[in-house]
Design a protein around this ligand. Structure first.
Ligand code: S3P
Length: 430
């Protein structure tokens, strides 16, 4: 529960290797565990969330070697997963819990319990429990299946069709994995516009997964082929440096090797619309994903409206985009982002509370917030509330504040970006 006191340096220059993508790191170990054979994953994110996925898979009998950011997974197929001897601890990680729930629901005959920290146990799970039950899964949890711990008795599932009411990649992935492990066809429609890393990776591993007329159709059959890969840099981590450079009066920061998947591209588009001075260069492909370097310089930002279809493409970046909005001239309105309330904290109330402490004029709504930006931020003491993205968003805000900002529970960054504070120090912020 340590604190960090951040003072803005007068000048920031840097070139930063962005750590591996959290979503892709989880999927790379989990999907390879379900394959038959070995795969080597490099530039794996060693954040606490992805380490929780490794620990759970090991508890299920998967042999996994890890040295730094290189991980070798010896896949045993879903049939090779054994019953874990204890509760599977997903820590703070919604992706671990929801994707594994899908896998385990489809593993006939094995019983599992998934739990996690207080934040994860407070987050909604009916979004996966209800559609998994509709496929025949035996899954239950507190509050009628809404909250973890989740108890799952793996069973024979049947083919199904489901329209997603919210654009959640975790829900989409849980259902695809359940059908895959159970060997049954699945047809998904509705809000399938969440990030598409699962679809890309499963196709790359030989799964027949078609996108036709706005519906995803999984046809079971072929065994999963192992897939070695280098994990691209996480755009959700890079976004902190993009905003840091844009709001600081004398900055130029290059983030190297950042994933450019369009389903994650909303923050760059919004920063561009806000007038950020940014350049995308060296576009290339790594594995099944596009990657580039992104350079951002000090910018005169202006307010904007963020709503509708772009929301799932930048949902994790909204805390730091709110900091950009606080430093932008004019008004920024965020709508259609009620999903923020279901994240590691209720990010509408925690973002609004933090911005107010920084002296920003901000109003909360059910599905977002409105920020009147452009005034210099005040020094203050803020808490991360144990939320990694808040800890980092407040550190970025400190770079535009006229006095030091004290951030409580700063260790929360370990969930997705263990090197964050060291990188900030390299950029000159104490
Ligand atoms: C994730 C999907 C998103 C995102 C989360 C990671 C994933 O959540 O917020 O940080 O890896 O699938 P939802 O699927 O609930 O939108």
């Amino acid at each position: 529960m340590h604190s960090r006191r951040i003072e803005a340096p007068s000048r920031m220059r840097g070139s930063i290797d962005i750590p591996g993508d959290k979503s892709i790191s989880h999927r790379a170990v989990m999907f390879n565990a379900l394959a038959h054979g070995s795969a080597r994953i490099t530039h794996f994110l060693t954040g606490a969330d992805c380490l929780a996925t490794i620990a759970c898979l090991r508890a299920l009998g998967v042999a996994i070697e890890q040295e730094g950011d290189t991980v070798v997974v010896h896949g045993c197929g879903s049939a090779g997963l054994r019953e874990a001897a204890d509760v599977l601890d997903c820590g703070n990680s919604g992706t671990t819990m929801r994707l594994l729930a899908g896998v385990l629901a489809g593993c006939d005959g094995r019983f599992s319990v998934l739990s996690g920290d207080a934040s994860l146990r407070s987050r909604p799970q009916r979004r996966i429990v209800a559609p998994l039950r509709a496929l025949g899964a035996q899954i239950d949890g507190r509050d009628g299946g809404e909250r973890a711990p989740l108890a799952i008795r793996g069973s024979r599932l049947h083919a199904g069709s489901y329209d997603l009411p919210i654009a959640s990649a975790q829900v989409k992935s849980a259902l695809l994995l359940a059908a895959l492990c159970a060997g049954v066809p699945l047809d998904l429609g509705g809000r399938i516009d969440g990030r598409d890393h699962t679809e890309r990776m499963l196709r790359g591993m030989g799964v027949a997964l078609a996108l036709e007329d706005g519906r995803l159709r999984l046809t079971p059959g072929a065994a999963l082929q192992p897939c070695s890969l280098r994990v691209p840099g996480d755009p959700s981590s890079a976004a902190f440096w993009w905003v840091a450079a844009a709001i600081h009066p004398d900055a130029e920061i290059t983030t190297r090797g950042v994933g450019m998947n369009a389903s994650r591209g909303g923050a760059l588009e919004v920063l561009q619309a806000m007038g950020a001075d940014l350049t995308v260069s060296a576009l290339r492909t790594e594995g099944d994903e596009p990657v580039a370097d992104v350079t951002v310089r000090s910018s005169a930002l202006r307010g904007t409206t963020i709503e509708g279809a772009i929301i799932p493409r930048l949902i994790d970046e909204l805390p730091v985009l709110a900091v950009a909005a606080a430093c932008a001239r004019g008004t920024t309105v965020v709508r259609d982002a009620q999903e923020l309330r279901a994240k590691e904290t209720d990010r509408i109330s925690t973002v609004v509370g933090g911005l107010r402490a920084l002296g920003v004029a901000v109003d909360a709504a059910d599905d977002g917030f409105r920020i009147d930006g452009g005034r210099r931020l005040a020094g203050t003491a803020l808490s991360s509330h144990g939320d990694h993205r808040l800890a980092m968003a407040w550190a970025v805000a400190a770079l535009a504040a006229h006095e030091a900002v004290l951030i409580g529970d700063a260790g929360a960054v370990d969930v997705s970006y263990p090197a964050f504070w060291a990188t900030l120090e390299q950029l000159g912020a104490a």
